[in-house]
Write a protein that binds this ligand. Structure first.
Ligand code: ASP
Length: 438
């Protein structure tokens, strides 16, 4: 029998009604054996996620305030799910323990993790699956980094004793037995870790959209869903602002070569997006896989006659940036000039100091910093095989009357990155999308 690891996000487990959809999905395929649950998310736009309520409650405890009222609101959210499902489950002892631990200031991560913990107990009970506490099978190293190997060994041997189980997302334990969490949205990572430990054939990530979209729907109206995307393409798209999965959730499954399928709990009939280790096949109709972008970049341009023949210049400039904690995004260069593209926020407060250091180290003819650059990444594994993709990107932007301020394309031809003025960002992205999706 196939094994699927399935993860359900916060909105998919926010109410009893949502739990029922999740139940039907899990029960409709017996290979869905290992389930990762998030904490209850928002029930409506202005609602507050349980995780945020837990953080707030803990902060109140730290400030020495009475948490009684606030804690009851959290309890009520869980109790209304239990009641709505009609299951025979009483969490009073758990609530008392958690409240007590919060008052003893057992840790902010501990507090935040209780949303996943309680929701998973409810889901396990409702499904008739075993409950495995993530604290017993997910481990962090003393420096706080995730201990992948220890986790994998412990979790996979634990799974041998459980045919079907629910595992809370988002947290694990430190060597001193305290609780630590991944960064926000970290249940996606737990899902990937569980998929690897279960040697799953597939990691299904259930959410409230039918997959990864080709472009940001706030910019492009009704963008198409991507059928298949490779891990590397998704990394590029996520890095450039497309938000789908937690970006660290790729690594555990990539290591094991397990594909991820993004699915929509409100439209379970949709195939969703498959994220696969690698494939040479690509969407012939559109050639590109997706477009993503971000604003708020700055360029540091250094000009100097005969720069090309001067040794060590790039090295000195990179060292200056490194010393100032600035991450360089791109380095498009000319014969007598070099441009560094950096995040504008990282330059804040250090701009003058950096210009001075570059002047001292390289004796340039000129150093200028220009702001309000937006970067757009056109990503597609098919580009390497198809002629004219770059020409189409630039024609689309030119036809929209937009000036391209920077171009960068890696030799692996997985993406083309263009820089435009921040004011032109949305128009450029839409123009490129329309060029490829007719
Ligand atoms: N509940 C956590 C958060 O809100 C983790 C997750 O949902 O993935 O970030």
């Amino acid at each position: 029998m196939q094994i699927k690891a399935v993860k359900f996000g916060g909105t998919s487990l926010a109410t009893a009604e949502q739990f029922k959809k999740v139940y039907d999905i899990i029960k409709s395929d017996e290979s869905r054996r290992y389930v990762v649950a998030s904490a209850p998310g928002k029930r409506y736009e202005t609602d507050t996620k349980i995780t945020d309520m837990l953080y707030a409650c803990y902060d109140m405890a730290v400030a020495g305030l009475d948490i009684t009222y606030f804690f009851s609101a959290i309890k009520m959210r869980f109790d209304s799910i239990i009641e709505g499902l009609g299951i025979d489950l009483d969490l009073s002892d758990e609530y008392a323990k958690i409240r007590d631990a919060m008052q003893r200031l057992a840790g902010r991560d501990y507090a935040a993790s209780r949303g996943e913990y309680l929701n998973s107990i409810i889901l396990a009970n409702y499904l008739g699956y075993d409950f495995i506490d993530a604290a017993d099978v997910i481990f962090f190293a003393p420096d706080g980094s995730f201990d992948a190997e220890r986790t994998n060994i412990t979790m996979s041997s634990e799974f041998k004793m459980h045919e079907r189980a629910v595992i809370p997302g988002f947290y694990g334990s430190m060597p001193n037995d305290t609780i630590s969490t991944f960064s926000r949205g970290g249940s996606d990572i737990t899902g990937a870790i569980v998929a690897r430990a279960a040697s799953a054939d597939l990691y299904e990530n259930w959410t409230d959209v039918s997959g990864v979209l080709m472009a940001d729907p706030r910019i492009v109206k009704n963008p198409l869903e991507i059928n298949t995307v490779t891990y590397r393409e998704l990394r590029e798209l996520s890095y450039m602002g497309a938000s789908v999965l937690h970006e660290d959730s790729i690594f555990p499954v990539k290591q094991a070569g397990i594909p991820i399928n993004i699915r929509n709990i409100n439209r379970p009939e949709d195939k969703g997006t498959m994220i696969v280790p690698d494939t040479v096949k690509y969407d012939k109709a559109h050639v590109i896989t997706g477009i993503a972008g971000k604003k708020n970049f700055s360029v540091v341009r250094i000009e100097k006659d005969k720069m090309a023949s001067q040794r060590g210049m790039l090295h000195s400039v990179v060292e200056i940036m490194d010393y100032n904690g600035i991450h360089i995004e791109h380095i498009p260069s000319g014969i007598d000039s070099m441009t560094l593209v950096v995040n504008s926020s990282e330059l804040k407060g250090r701009r003058q100091k950096i210009i001075e250091s570059i002047k001292r180290a390289t004796d340039p003819d000129n150093v200028v910093v220009e702001d309000s650059l937006a970067l757009i990444a056109v990503v597609g594994r098919g580009m390497v095989r198809v002629k004219g993709v770059a020409a189409r990107v630039f024609r689309a932007v030119a036809d929209a009357g937009i000036n391209v301020r920077m171009i960068d394309q890696g030799s692996c031809e997985l993406n083309i990155i263009i820089g435009v003025d921040a004011d032109d960002f949305e128009a450029a992205l839409s123009a490129i999308y329309s060029e490829f999706v007719k």
